[in-house]
Write a protein that binds this ligand. Structure first.
Ligand code: AMP
Length: 528
């Protein structure tokens, strides 16, 4: 409906560009402040007002633009804390993305005490089912696992008012269309639907026509075309690629770098090549999680190697779909915290995953699909940062590279390989940097978790403990109000309760002598 869209557009332009002026609750504004979201990004300025007006929207924007918060802020604003059944459902294509979106949404809803539950495969079903039995406001999951929960009646859709389909084009590519349709068919029709997709192929259009109400579709200009990311290509013989890659890395000497290959096998080969010296010297075979843990027999200190150079740091990891999920999560998490500088990956790591400040992306192989090129290089140049993307192109990949340039409507400059003098003169700086201690970054959630303490109470469902009993006791303590009480989790024989606003220590002290539900309980501080 064109007119309708125009009216809305005019209103948006009148909106101010400060989070305070979106009329959000003070709990959400507090999270945004602690997360250092000082000003809405372009996509947020554009879409948050539309979503707050409860219009269905199709958000066509590249990753790294602040997409997640664009739907998470209004959804957290809308959700009613008092309701026990899930009110919002967010579908994502991959497990990593489900977990990341869960964290982002949880951080934004932190002070509204919203419970967010992530459902994805290769993780125990019964734990998720148990979590869903408790108060849950928002569910984030992959299509397969959401369907499993539906078919086993462990997920209640009757109160879903908000549906978000994230990375919709990727989900279509992965063949999730049937599963998504089956999920949507179970949802109440009286709901708000938000679809996020980098491209809008016909299948997505059909899906949107069928399941959305007068959706407003705005495509935002792709930042990639605005030279945020410098793009270069090198013509390289296939059998020389690794050598050229190593030389380029020495010359570029990036703070943080992702290297993409097309196959799991190549990722493993490169990873071994990069850390080779260590393997040979210590005769270690590849084993889970131990790959870089090589102890020096004299000093008992871990000795790492990078391109044969001994170094003090854990520098390089790899990720692909053939690895155990638990390792994939661990590696992504360590990379997000900057625990190591180089990540070698297949396209599993190219979509949606949000890591700050990757300065260099290298395509060891030219991606087979043009869109994958955009997703890969989109790992750099995020939220106002500059980045560089280099692609190594062999003879038989030239056609693919040509297609990419046609797709982007852009010539990617062909550079000359660094000569030996240049590589040698860069070596000293390179070795210096690989031995610099890495500055481990604070997790984003740490910022919002400051001043929050989690307590463990030695009583639970088996002794008929209910949330009201906890709230009742806590509100009778000195200087404690309902707004100081965070998420309460009642298990069979234990209860976990979060105390906000730096009042945890005082609550803990007071509970040593105050009864809960008629009895003195053992209460202690616990890890989050
Ligand atoms: P996304 O496009 O959702 O992957 O977001 C990219 C990154 O931008 C994430 O690290 C967000 O936490 C961050 N971000 C989102 N909104 C803002 C904002 N308004 N100001 C600063 N950073 C933001």
């Amino acid at each position: 409906n064109f007119n309708y869209t125009m009216n809305i557009e005019r209103e948006i332009y009148m909106e101010k560009s400060d989070f305070n002026e979106f009329k959000l609750s003070k709990e959400i504004l507090k999270s945004l402040e602690l997360l250092n979201y000082n000003e809405p990004t372009k996509v947020q300025k554009r879409f948050i007002p539309i979503i707050l007006k409860k219009n269905d929207v199709i958000i066509q924007s590249h990753t790294g633009s602040g997409k997640t918060a664009t739907f998470a802020i209004p959804v957290c604003q809308f959700v009613d804390w008092k309701e026990n059944k899930p009110q919002a459902l967010i579908i994502t294509p991959t497990r990593e993305l489900a977990l990341q979106v869960k964290e982002d949404v949880f951080n934004i809803g932190r002070f509204k005490r919203l419970k967010v539950c992530a459902l994805y495969g290769k993780s125990p079903f019964y734990i998720q089912a148990k979590e869903l039995k408790q108060k849950t406001h928002i569910v984030v999951g992959t299509p397969g696992r959401i369907n499993d929960h539906l078919s086993r009646n462990t997920l209640d859709f009757s109160n879903i008012k908000y549906l978000i389909i994230d990375e919709a084009d990727e989900m279509m590519k992965m063949g999730f269309i049937k599963q998504i349709q089956s999920i949507i068919s179970e949802l109440p029709t009286n709901r708000l639907t938000i679809v996020l997709s980098a491209t809008i192929p016909k299948e997505i259009k059909d899906l949107c026509c069928k399941y959305m109400k007068n959706p407003i579709h705005i495509a935002l200009e792709n930042e990639l075309t605005k030279e945020v990311i410098i793009q270069e290509q090198y013509k390289v013989d296939t059998n020389k690629k690794t050598e050229v890659l190593i030389n380029l890395l020495k010359v570029e000497n990036p703070d943080s770098c992702m290297i993409f290959c097309n196959t799991q096998k190549k990722v493993e080969e490169l990873f071994k090549e990069f850390t080779n010296k260590g393997y040979e010297k210590n005769k270690l075979s590849f084993s889970r999680n131990k790959s870089l843990d090589i102890k020096d027999s004299h000093t008992n200190k871990t000795q790492y190697y990078f391109f044969g150079h001994p170094c003090n740091n854990y520098l390089c990891e790899r990720i692909h779909g053939g690895m155990e999920q638990i390792d994939r999560f661990k590696i992504m998490n360590n990379y997000k915290k900057s625990k190591f500088r180089y990540l070698i990956a297949t396209d599993v790591a190219a979509r949606g995953i949000d890591i700050d400040n990757i300065s260099l992306v290298i395509n060891y192989d030219v991606p087979n699909k043009v869109e994958n090129y955009v997703h890969r290089i989109g790992r750099t140049g995020r939220i106002g940062n500059k980045g560089k993307a280099i692609t190594l192109v062999s003879d038989f990949e030239e056609k693919l590279m040509y297609d990419i340039q046609m797709y982007l409507n852009k010539n990617i400059s062909i550079n000359k390989k660094p000569n030996i003098e240049k590589v040698l003169s860069s070596k000293e700086d390179f070795i210096k940097k690989i031995n610099l201690p890495t500055k481990v970054k604070e997790e984003k959630s740490m910022k919002v978790n400051k001043n929050i303490i989690k307590l463990h109470i030695n009583a639970g469902k088996k002794t008929k403990m209910r949330a009201v009993d906890i709230v009742g006791t806590l509100c009778n303590l000195d200087d404690v109000e309902a707004s100081d009480i965070g998420i309460i989790n009642i298990m069979d024989i234990s209860t976990y309760v979060e105390i906000l606003n730096n009042k945890g220590e005082s609550v803990l002290t007071q509970l040593q002598t105050k009864t809960i539900k008629g009895r003195l309980r053992k209460v202690n501080r616990t890890e989050r």
